[in-house]
Design a protein around this ligand. Structure first.
Ligand SMILES: [Zn+2]
Length: 163
């Protein structure tokens, strides 16, 4: 997977439902996160993003293929947190202590908080390593989306149960 921060969402209306196509504005993400080879577009896929319990949107994201690794990398806009149903804005608010205002059920808020608690130290360590080894610059303190993107793009994403 790859995360991009410069993109626009182009709305497509198909009989009542709206689908957004993610359009990358920069070629910042055209290299394989594993081997740095150039990636080729190999179709698209749909990704559902929940805005609230009853409102969801569909995003069309690009499937990028690395010929060397023989792997597909999905190009995710940074409004998506990998493997999470809710968007980055909702999740960021929850991990920043604003769970009471979140547009999702209490159980989901608790699960997201638990996920963050389980991985935050690991994520911050990855960010620190990238800062030291690759001289990447982050805001101080680093923004939620920045950390998520850095971890995803350095191919260090893990699932909470692996922590
Ligand atoms: Zn590769």
């Amino acid at each position: 997977m790859l995360q991009i921060k410069k993109y626009r969402l182009k709305a497509l209306k198909v009989i009542g439902t709206v689908t957004f196509v993610v359009i990358a504005l920069e070629l910042e993400s055209s290299n394989c996160p594993l081997c740095q080879s150039l990636l080729h577009v190999k179709g698209t896929r749909k990704r559902i993003l929940y805005k609230s319990e009853d409102e969801k949107i569909t995003l069309v994201i690009r499937r990028l293929y690395c010929e060397k690794c023989k792997r597909i990398h999905h190009e995710l806009p940074d409004c998506i947190v990998p493997y999470k149903r809710y968007g980055a804005e909702v999740i960021e608010n929850i991990v920043n202590g604003k769970g009471a205002e979140a547009p999702c059920p209490d159980g989901t808020v608790r699960r997201i908080r638990g996920w963050w608690k389980a991985i935050v130290t690991y994520f911050l360590n990855i960010q620190k390593t990238l800062e030291e080894k690759l001289s990447m610059e982050f805001s101080k303190p680093p923004a939620f989306r920045e950390i998520v993107r850095a971890v995803a793009n350095s191919n260090h994403w893990i699932f909470a149960h692996q922590v």
